[in-house]
Every structure is written in structure tokens, then in C-alpha cells.
Design a protein around this ligand. Structure first.
Ligand SMILES: Cc1ncc(C[n+]2csc(CCOP(=O)(O)OP(=O)(O)O)c2C)c(N)n1
Ligand SMILES: [Mg+2]
Length: 796
């Protein structure tokens, strides 16, 4: 506990109504009860049909009840946006219950199907949740990116005039600071000069398994300061501060400061007698200390010794107010707390998943003054009259509605022109990545029908802007920065293809190489419609293999239903000379398995243009999702043809339709198209009925197939998926040879659709350096390998 103290808060600030504080203490008591009871009810009262532990975190909730009381019932304004520590979900639900924003049925259904979620969830719990949490660290970090987005939206003139700027607040568990993504976000936040961000750390010095090392926080505090943050440590409550001011008080303070975290926790758990023994053993000869300690009975002594800053509502409020007044510097509050405060397992190192027994709960119920059968009554056990409590709750600033529409804001849809601007393609040799850059650059001119679309696109990339072909777009639209900064190379007339002046009008956010930050930013930007009422079309580019590097943040963004376009390029072993670490194998499978993410891989630029247009549209639809385009740098001679957009979007189209009853078809995905086409020409000479299928999305095909199956089981016997229609002309049991530059399992399932005998081709091992002929031969993607597979398939 050896942390330097912030200046002690002033006591009884002028203008503060003691009656209001009394009310806050009533609320604090109620939140402690309701969070513990909601978890208890789920575990011990509700019928359990499967014998599985339901769980919940009574100790984690108790730890942060005072902080959340101060925050939600005094400090927060409706325009503030909060990420709540996952394990404080029940406290959050209880707050909404008191504010009339959560119903009893949901509370009783905590962790049950359709009930309140274990961890706050935007999608499942609804509009009151600003940011979902669950995977520790990510909810904290996203607040920094949301703050950046709030500035972006305001500086682009897209903010709603009726909503004042708000703060972005994370309520963090201290162990969340072990996650590396926190530090990546801090560094990126510093670069972008983020403001209006508060991280309030529930510093109970306990994680899941154990008590954290003593000296850790000195380090962490230093890190925050190095990143330009204001750090406010709320270590002691007012009772302890008063004791410190007495004779012997400094000695007592020194003792607590030096007390190892684990001993402090153990004494907290043991209670007053143990405190007395420990204090007197070390300081029994100090008259001053004895004068403080001796008059107190065991309970009073325990209360004094556990009077930490994070449990003192008045002190918390004072600190939060002071930080607010000191400007918009990001601020980290280290609130010293006790895990399980007020509950029988307070301080015990194993209390993370600990639940009060039925007997303990009975005692707690008594202590809280709750009559049996009245556990859910909002004001049961409180000394204040219900009318006064109601009046108080109505007066809480955060109780006001953010907008008549609620906290999840509506946002108008940006109309997307029917087609995107693509130059003449036929006969040209180009790649999907180059095509993407060209189309975006053309939109970036902001001409005619593309003006509004261009204005709402926001691009971002973790240091691969140029190498993913975003450069021309950025040259046209500029880099975003709150401050105008000139491009020194340009001003000095030094030749460079990149013109990277920075200004508040810029539409590209350049990130350092940290893919989790890319996805956290896409997550925050992809919620702009709901958080700010401003529709943006965020596009993030990244090398395909490094999607894995940010995967948890990508899934987190999708879990929140953020809407963005991910463009991953280059991909696969087709990246050839770069070697294995840059060559992705598993990403098509991620695209299939990630919910709320529609994934595509076009082979040619005409398909890309259709899919890019679809992405802009799909990202905005209530039943849409984020979109992922996997692209390549391989230059292919572009075909001259007309396509049916619906087929490209549905995931597959026949390049050469098979004859009715054909015994074989060849299917390809992405940049291996030429090998498939060459093999098909030879196959066709042998088997004229054969078909050639272009797959643009195994993800959409698979999702459609599952959905049709569900619909049929649900009684819609006519339901038929695109892939079922596509494969219908083939003979029963016909062979299907499939190929992609990615794991072959992405296609292997096609055999289950209509009983086709599938031979799936694609790399299933790490790639390596080489040129395309060598690599395609080695990994079985060349024309010979395809023909061998066809022969094998035909032979059965
Ligand atoms: C990424 C991730 N890893 C592991 C977990 C499992 N887990 C849940 S809570 C927790 C420890 C939390 O400790 P802390 O953040 O200090 O919270 P508190 O002490 O307030 O409960 C762990 C390891 C998780 N939720 N997310
Ligand atoms: Mg903790």
C-alpha cells in the first residue's frame, strides 16, 4: 500500500447538502443489497435444472458499489458514456432497476436465458449499456477511442446540437491493467491527444486468483503520468484521514502504507480483533496510536482500518468534481477498495467467485433490514421515506433522458449510389487490393453522387495505410488531427507520393502498429450512429495475417454490433516472397465463424466493386453487420462480363454453368482463379458437362445454408439457400473440387449440402518464401494439382 497520496479532499464542500449525501448512503446500501441478492437469487433461489453453477461476483460488486453510487447518482450526466467493469454487471443492473430502467423480471433472470446479462451487453441488455464488457481490458480501452471519435464527430460538424460533449468513463478492475491492450491504447491515446476520458480503477489489489504484488501500482501510476494522464489516488477515507491528523496518526499512516497487500487483505477478512493484535504488536508502545485504537470496539476498529478512499462517497465525489474542474486532461483515479466490502468474505484472497451461503445471506438480509418476501422492493430496509427517495432519484442528473429517443440514438442512413466508380477493367491486369485503392480514391474526389458517401467514410490503418493502397484516398481527404499540422516534406517541396497534412477536417486516422487498437477504434467508430447519432462508414485496413493479432478486439467490436468495413490485404501464400509469418491460412475460417461479420473474398475487381457497395449498404441496415473483404496483391487479367450483384453478395456464381446432371464442377475463391480456369479448360475437354463456380463468400453461403435448414425445421418447407440452388444442377453425388488460398476446411462442408463428393484444396500448413509457381505447386494450388484432384474425384 506504499503509494503517494493525492491531496486530501476538502471536507464538507460548500453548497453540498448533507441530506443529499445521506440519500447517497441509502442508495449505496441498496446497491450492495440488490447486487448481492440478484446473484444469490440466481444461484440459490431460482430452480436449477442442470446442476451447473450459475455464478456471479458478489465480492467484485461490493468492491465498487460506493464508486458507482457516487458516479451514477451524483457525477454522471446523460451525455457521459461508461464502460462498466464486467464483474460489476449486477451493480449496473441494480442502478438501472432503481432508476426505473430495468425490470424485476430481468433482475430475477440474471444469467438466465433472456434475463439480465452476466456482463453488460449492448445487444442483449439494450440501450442503457454504452459499451459491452466481458473480455477484460477491452472495455477500458475502447473508452479512449470513443473519446477520439467524439472529437472527430464534433470537428466534422456531425454532432447533434442538442447533446453537450460528454466524458468517456471506464470503471476498471485493477487486474485489467495486466492486459497489454491497455498500454497500447494509452500510447495511441497520447499520440492523438485524447481528452474527456476517465478511468476509475477499483484498486482492491485482488484479481481472480490472488492478491497483486505490492509495488505494482507505483509502476502503473508512473506509466499513466508518462502518457500525459492526470493521476488521482483516493487512498484513505475521511475517518482514517481524521485519525492521521491526531497524535500518533502519522505512525498509523506509515504502518498502513507499509502493510503488504496480502496482510491487509487477511486482516480485513479476520476483523477487529486481528487488527488490534497486529497494530498493538507493532505500535503498542505508541501512546498516540493507543489513544486512537483503544477506545474503539472491534467493529469500530475494523471499520476504521478499512476506511479506504474508494468506499467514502463524499471523498470520491470531491475527487471526481475536482478532476472535472481541472480541465479535459485524461484522468486515472486509483480508488483503494476492499474486494467484498461489507460482505462476510471481505478481503479474502479466494473471494472472486465466492458466493454467500444461504446462512450468510440470511444474516446479511437481517442486517440490511429486509423482510422475507420483500427482497426486490426498491426501498425496503432504508430509513428514508419512499417519497423522499423517489424525489431524490428523480433529481439525479443521470436520471434525465439523454434524448427523447433514449440513449441509443437514431441516425439517418447515408444513401449509397447504385454503383461505385470503377474505371474500365476488361483486359487490364490489376489486383483486388489495387482496385480497392482506386475505387476509394475515386470516391474521395467527392464528386456528384459520391459527395455524401465520401464525407462519411473514415479510414484507419495500423501503419499499413500506404501498403494497403489507402494512400490515394488519404491524399485527397487528409489525415485527422485535432490540431492542424503541416506536411513538412510537402512544404519543403521534397518529392513524395504521400501528402499527409493533418487537420481537424482529415478523414483518416493513422494508428501505430497495434492491431487491437485498430479494432477498438473500428469498434468505437462503428458505434458512432448509436453513441453520437452520426452515421459514419469506417474502413480499417490491415495485413490479413495480422487480423489474428487483434482478433479478440475484432470479436469484441462485432459482439457490440459495431458497423465497419475491414479490408485485409494481402492475404494467403499468394503474398509469396514475404514468407510464412506474413502468409495467412486460417483467416477464411475466422470470417465464417465470426458472428455479425459478413466476410467475402472476391477474385476480380468487378466483384470487389459490387461487394464494396454492398458493404456500405449492409453496414447501415438494422439487420446488417460489419463486413470483411479479404483481398490480394496478385494481378489478374480482368474479365469483360456482366455480373448479377445478388449472386456475388450471396456468395457464389457460375462462371460456366454445369449441364443438368453434370458429374463434376470446379469451384474457386480469390486469386487462385487463373489456376482454376486453366484446369477447367482441360477438364471441360474431357467432361463437357462440367461447371466452373466462383465463390465470393463461403461465410455467406454457409450462413444461408444453416438458416435455410432452420427455416425448414421451423415449418417453412420452401426455404432454400443460395448454395442449394447453385448446386442443384449437379448430379447427386457429383464431384466438387474446391480451391482457395486459405484453409480448405472453408469449403469442405460443401459436400454436406447435397451430398457432393468434395475434394478441398488449399494450404493447411504454414507458408514459406517462394514465387507463385513454386508455392502453388508445393501447397497443391496449381493447375496440375487441381486436375489431379478432379481425376481423383471422378474416379470416386
Ligand atoms: C481477457 C480475459 N481473461 C480472463 C478473464 C477471466 N477473469 C474475469 S475477472 C478476472 C480478474 C479480474 O480482476 P479485477 O480486474 O481486479 O476485478 P475485481 O477484483 O474487481 O473482481 C479474470 C482473470 C476475462 N474475463 N477476460
Ligand atoms: Mg481487483
Amino acid at each position: 500500500m506504499n503509494i503517494p497520496l493525492a491531496a486530501p479532499p476538502r471536507r464538507d464542500p460548500p453548497g453540498d447538502d448533507p441530506a443529499r449525501f445521506a440519500m447517497l448512503h441509502e442508495i449505496e446500501r441498496k446497491l450492495l443489497w440488490l447486487s448481492a441478492w440478484t446473484i444469490h437469487n440466481a444461484n440459490h433461489v431460482r430452480p436449477n435444472r442442470d446442476g451447473l453453477k450459475v455464478g456471479g461476483h458478489q465480492a467484485s460488486c461490493a468492491s465498487i458499489v460506493s464508486v458507482m453510487t457516487a458516479l451514477y447518482f451524483e457525477i454522471l450526466r446523460p451525455q457521459d458514456r461508461v464502460a462498466v467493469k464486467p464483474h460489476a454487471g449486477p451493480v449496473f443492473h441494480a442502478i438501472n432497476y432503481l432508476l426505473g430502467r430495468q425490470n424485476r423480471e430481468q433482475m430475477e433472470g440474471l444469467r438466465a436465458f433472456g434475463g439480465a446479462q452476466s456482463y453488460p451487453s449492448r445487444v442483449k441488455d439494450g440501450g442503457e449499456v454504452d459499451f459491452s464488457t466481458g473480455s477484460v481490458g477491452l472495455g477500458v480501452a475502447i473508452t479512449s477511442f470513443a473519446a477520439l471519435m467524439a472529437d472527430y464527430i464534433r470537428l466534422h460538424g456531425l454532432a447533434r446540437p442538442d447533446i453537450p460533449p460528454g466524458r468517456h468513463i471506464a470503471l476498471a478492475g485493477d487486474a485489467e491493467l495486466d492486459e497489454g491492450n491497455i498500454y497500447e491504447a494509452l500510447l495511441e491515446g497520447w499520440k492523438h491527444d485524447v481528452r474527456n476520458v476517465w478511468w476509475i480503477i477499483d484498486y482492491n489489489r485482488q484479481s481472480l486468483d490472488s492478491v497483486v504484488p505490492d509495488r505494482l501500482f507505483g509502476r502503473i501510476e508512473g506509466l499513466f503520468r508518462d502518457m500525459g494522464w492526470n493521476v488521482v489516488t483516493m487512498k484513505y477515507g475521511r475517518k482514517l484521514q481524521a485519525a492521521f491528523a491526531r497524535e500518533g496518526g502519522e505512525e498509523l499512516r506509515g504502518w498502513i502504507d507499509d502493510c503488504p497487500n496480502s496482510l491487509y487483505s487477511a486482516l480485513t477478512f479476520q476483523g477487529g480483533a486481528a487488527w488490534r493484535q497486529a497494530l498493538l504488536t507493532d505500535m503498542g508502545r505508541s501512546r498516540g496510536v493507543r489513544a486512537i485504537v483503544d477506545p474503539l470496539d472491534d467493529d469500530e476498529l475494523a471499520a476504521l482500518m478499512t476506511n479506504l478512499g474508494g468506499h467514502d462517497i463524499e471523498a470520491i465525489i470531491e475527487h471526481l468534481r475536482a478532476a472535472d474542474a481541472s480541465g479535459d486532461q485524461p484522468t486515472c483515479f486509483i480508488a483503494y477498495t476492499i474486494k467484498g466490502m461489507g460482505l462476510p468474505f471481505a478481503g479474502h484472497k479466494d473471494n472472486h467467485a465466492g458466493l454467500m451461503s444461504k446462512e450468510q445471506m440470511e444474516l446479511f438480509r437481517h442486517a440490511m433490514g429486509i423482510r422475507p418476501g420483500h427482497e426486490w422492493d426498491r426501498f425496503e430496509g432504508l430509513a428514508t421515506r419512499p417519497e423522499e427517495l423517489d424525489a431524490f432519484l428523480a433529481s439525479v442528473p443521470f436520471a434525465a433522458k439523454l434524448t427523447p429517443e433514449g440513449r441509443a440514438l437514431p441516425a439517418a442512413t447515408i444513401p449509397i449510389p447504385d454503383t461505385l466508380p470503377v474505371g474500365k477493367l476488361a483486359g487490364r491486369g490489376t489486383s483486388t487490393q489495387a482496385g480497392f485503392g482506386e475505387i476509394l480514391a475515386e470516391i474521395g474526389r467527392g464528386q456528384g453522387a459520391y459527395k455524401l458517401l465520401a464525407e462519411r467514410i473514415l479510414t484507419t490503418s495500423p501503419d499499413v495505410t500506404v501498403s494497403t493502397n489507402l494512400g490515394p484516398w488519404v491524399n485527397r481527404r487528409g489525415v485527422f488531427d485535432r490540431h492542424t499540422r503541416n506536411d513538412v516534406f510537402r512544404d519543403s517541396k521534397l518529392a513524395s507520393a504521400q501528402r499527409w497534412g493533418m487537420s481537424p477536417q482529415g478523414q483518416h486516422i493513422e494508428l501505430g502498429i497495434a492491431e487491437q487498437n485498430l479494432f477498438l477504434l473500428l469498434g468505437a467508430a462503428g458505434l458512432s450512429h448509436a453513441l453520437a447519432g452520426a452515421r459514419l462508414l469506417p474502413i480499417g485496413t490491415v495485413y490479413d495475417p495480422f487480423v489474428n493479432r487483434g482478433l479478440d478486439a475484432l470479436i469484441y467490436a462485432c459482439y457490440q454490433d459495431a458497423r465497419f468495413l475491414l479490408v485485409s490485404t494481402p492475404s494467403g501464400i499468394t503474398l509469396a516472397p514475404e514468407g510464412g509469418q506474413h502468409q495467412s491460412v486460417n483467416t477464411p475460417l475466422i470470417g465464417m465463424a465470426a458472428d455479425r461479420l459478413a466476410s467475402f473474398e472476391p477474385a476480380y475487381v468487378d466483384e470487389l466493386a459490387i461487394l464494396l457497395r454492398h458493404a456500405f449498404d449492409h453496414m447501415q441496415r438494422p439487420d446488417g453487420s460489419a463486413v470483411w473483404l479479404r483481398l490480394s496483391t496478385r494481378q489478374l487479367a480482368q474479365p469483360d462480363r456482366r455480373l448479377d450483384p445478388a449472386q456475388i453478395i450471396a456468395g457464389a456464381h457460375w462462371v460456366v454453368p454445369p449441364a443438368e446432371g453434370a458429374p463434376i464442377a470446379l469451384a474457386y475463391q480469390g486469386p487462385v482463379a487463373p489456376e482454376a480456369e486453366a484446369a477447367f479448360a482441360e477438364l471441360r475437354a474431357e467432361e463437357p458437362r462440367a461447371g466452373l463456380l466462383a465463390i465470393t463468400s463461403p461465410d455467406r453461403l454457409h450462413a444461408g445454408w444453416l438458416a435455410a435448414g432452420r427455416a425448414r425445421r421451423g415449418g417453412d418447407r420452401a426455404a432454400r439457400s443460395h448454395i442449394e440452388t447453385i448446386l442443384a444442377p449437379l448430379a447427386p453425388g457429383a464431384a466438387l473440387v474446391t480451391i482457395l488460398d486459405g484453409h480448405p476446411a472453408a469449403h469442405a462442408w460443401l459436400g454436406a449440402v447435397r451430398g457432393q463428393r468434395v475434394v478441398p484444396l488449399g494450404p493447411d500448413r504454414f507458408g514459406q518464401s517462394g514465387d507463385l509457381p513454386d508455392l502453388y505447386r508445393e501447397y497443391g494450388l496449381d493447375t496440375d494439382a487441381i486436375l489431379d484432384a478432379c481425376a481423383q474425384a471422378l474416379l470416386g
